[in-house]
Design a protein around this ligand. Structure first.
Ligand code: MLT
Length: 404
């Protein structure tokens, strides 16, 4: 008899964004004449930058000739891309190209990374949180059942208006800490001083921080750190994730960056230290065959002069959408967070978040993400995403103003 991994049975029946998609398509079936504007899932809508497309085409053509054909690439990514990333993104924080892994997405990497750790570690997650961090630890068997929206055994770090959605250090010792700045879903950022508290904590407790910086390109405030490695000591205790998805429109193309410094250690039951970099490399070379060559060439083009200009234009476009959303929702009397250093606007919905989701869908034909889907502290909030056309964002704001 084939037996199930019972940890999967602890999970909520569907992933948040699948649940939203299900509700939206059922609404659309019942109301085929209604036009729906999706500001729910953070999926980009604008074309890939021209520089990326040109590089992509050229690389595909190379695969069409025996002389320039490439088969399996290096699991960690081609040197040409890792060197560009190291120089351009991490040149000022002493990260070497060899410490960079190119992958097919930060969702996969933030989800997979926990495989390297023992099952009896204590895991801390912010609440609200990107569900992937929680669900993958549930699948691995690191939690008990879900009771009232929280899994037993996880340490939830509450984020609310009172702490500006930046979590305080845990009250009990933890071993693995997930942080995400600019934050998904709240759009908040952390200052150097706030991150230093976490780095110091991790060093003191021999803990590890998984730092999701997928939205770093959207930071506009000059004082806000773009990388956790701007904090002294972080190279010993933090792994950082970045992505080409939102930066350059690669959500469907798939390319991301995971930085595992060679100075990061993980400990066995005798207390002996092991290289985290070596273990992640071992994991990736066993389970992953690298990102396709044309995609890596397209990602490399982000770092060309033209690519940089085009990517900035994309980011600015979405950030203008974010200001429009934030301004309108504020003028309608809602308290909003985010939207200035992140493409997400976190809105106090003044009511139950799924009720507000249904209200926006039914009355305005606008899809948001209910905050409750991100954790118990997300109840009473919804998230609007700035990833859409200007026209749709303006129209969504007008429809919401009329509907409320
Ligand atoms: C979101 O809407 O939170 C994002 O699309 C998540 C992701 O990038 O996987």
């Amino acid at each position: 008899m084939i037996k199930v991994n019972e940890n999967f049975l602890k999970l909520k029946s569907s992933y948040l964004f699948s649940e939203i998609a299900k509700r939206v398509s059922s609404f659309q079936e019942q109301n085929p004449e209604k036009s729906i504007i999706k500001l729910g899932i953070g999926d980009v809508t604008r074309a890939l930058p021209k520089a990326c497309i040109e590089a992509f085409h050229k690389a595909v053509d190379e695969l069409g000739s025996d002389k320039t054909f490439r088969g399996y690439g290096p699991e960690k990514g081609y040197d040409f891309l890792r060197e560009k990333i190291a120089d351009s993104d991490y040149g000022s924080v002493n990260i070497d190209a060899d410490e960079i892994f190119v992958s097919d997405g930060s969702k996969c990497d933030t989800g997979n990374f926990q495989e390297l750790f023992a099952n009896d570690i204590t895991v801390a997650v912010p609440d609200p949180v990107y569900p992937v961090y929680v669900d993958t630890n549930v699948m691995a068997g690191r939690t008990g059942d879900n009771a009232e929206g929280r899994y037993q055994g996880l340490e939830y770090l509450e984020c609310n208006q009172a702490n500006d959605f930046v979590p305080a250090l845990p009250s009990k010792p933890v071993d693995l800490i997930y942080l995400c700045f600019p934050n998904n879903p709240t759009g908040t950022v952390a200052t150097k001083e706030q991150l230093k508290l976490w780095v110091d904590y991790a060093r003191e407790h021999k803990a590890l921080i998984l730092y999701d910086a997928a939205y770093e390109a959207f930071i506009t405030d000059k004082e806000i750190p773009h990388s956790i490695y701007e904090i002294e000591g972080a190279h010993e205790v933090a792994v950082e994730f970045r992505s080409f998805s939102k930066l350059a429109g690669f959500t469907g193309t798939r390319c991301a960056i995971t930085v595992v410094p060679k100075t990061c250690m993980v400990y066995d039951s005798t207390g002996a230290a092991h290289s985290l970099h070596a273990l992640w490399n071992r994991r990736q070379s066993t389970k992953f065959n690298g990102v396709s060559y044309p995609v890596q060439r397209a990602a490399e083009a982000v770092y060309s002069q033209e690519g940089r200009r085009q990517v900035k234009e994309l980011v600015d476009y979405y950030m203008n959408n974010a200001s429009i959303i934030k301004e309108k929702m504020t003028s309608l009397g809602f308290t909003c967070t985010g939207g200035t250093n992140a493409p997400y606007i976190w809105i106090n919905s003044k009511s139950d978040s799924w009720t507000f989701f249904d209200l926006l869908l039914n009355k305005a034909g606008v899809v948001c993400t209910p905050g409750a889907g991100f954790g118990t502290c997300g109840e009473g909030y919804v998230r609007l995403s700035a990833f859409n056309s200007r026209e749709n964002v303006e129209s969504a704001m007008n429809r919401i103003a009329e509907a409320l």
